[in-house]
Design a protein around this ligand. Structure first.
Ligand code: GLN
Length: 247
């Protein structure tokens, strides 16, 4: 369904086409950040706009509202179908398997939308259930609904990452397949499971582009994998390793 990127080294490859869910939140900021790291970008408001995208960003906002809007626009089913996941009918009932080949990047409310289980959510809010994690909505409490923090990324060789948390979800637990790329007070705040990347914070609101760059590389690598699977590729896709990008 999505097309094929040529199997050239990643620097000389065509830019991946990344969709940004355009229902609520920092859509423009995500688009700018993705443009900065060499991606073509498309707003996604309707299911047909998912055609041919190499990855999808789920911006923050209000996860309950996003869940409702996703359903009413027909996007929830369309995305779930692409992911090949058993979309969770209600919060807390996700499948928990990162089976989809469409890379997804969920920020803040977007993290809630990919999680397997949501605490303190609305009973009817839905998630894609592709990140094996339990998250608590507004889990950083009233006192600290919004705050800034500087995080150590990956192996910690690069500079600290400036981040903004806004009524952020807190990761309560994560399964063994979830890779923790950054933590705050020993709680994971940037995680990856296969083709799913998710953050409690808003990387689009600070000028540091390392997190968006990692997602762009995940999308490039996945596009190359599809190309090879379709029998067109000639060379190996470079793996998007967080270490190399964050260092
Ligand atoms: N508190 C919001 C929610 O529960 C998330 C906030 C955000 O995305 N900045 O969905």
């Amino acid at each position: 369904m999505r097309p094929t990127a040529s199997a050239l080294p990643s620097e000389s490859q065509p830019e991946p086409l990344i969709g940004v869910l355009d229902l609520q939140g920092d859509v423009r900021e995500h688009m700018r950040a993705l443009g900065d790291v060499g991606c073509a970008v498309r707003r996604v408001k309707h299911p047909t706009e998912l055609d041919d995208v190499d990855g999808l960003v789920l911006p923050g906002g209000e996860s309950t509202t996003l869940s409702m809007l996703l359903e009413s626009m027909g996007l929830f089913e369309a995305i779930a179908q692409i992911l090949g996941s058993e979309a969770a009918p209600t919060a807390g009932a996700g499948s928990g398997s990162a089976s989809g080949a469409l890379p997804l990047f969920g920020t803040c409310a977007g993290l809630i939308l990919v999680a397997r289980e949501v605490l303190d959510g609305r009973p009817d809010q839905r998630t894609f259930g592709i990140l094996d994690a339990v998250v608590r909505r507004n889990g950083y409490g009233r006192q600290a609904q919004s705050f800034e923090a500087e995080l150590v990324l990956g192996s910690g060789e690069g500079p600290l990452l400036p981040t903004v948390f806004i009524r952020a979800p807190r990761v309560v637990s994560a399964g063994p397949e979830v890779e923790v790329l950054a933590s705050l007070d020993e709680v994971p705040v940037l995680v990856r499971q296969g083709t799913v990347l998710a953050s409690s914070f808003h990387p689009e609101l600070t000028p540091d582009r390392r997190v968006h760059r990692l997602f762009a590389e995940m999308c490039r690598a996945e596009a190359q994998t599809r190309t090879r699977a379709a029998g067109h590729g000639q060379t190996d896709a470079p793996a998007a390793t967080a270490g190399g990008l964050f260092g």
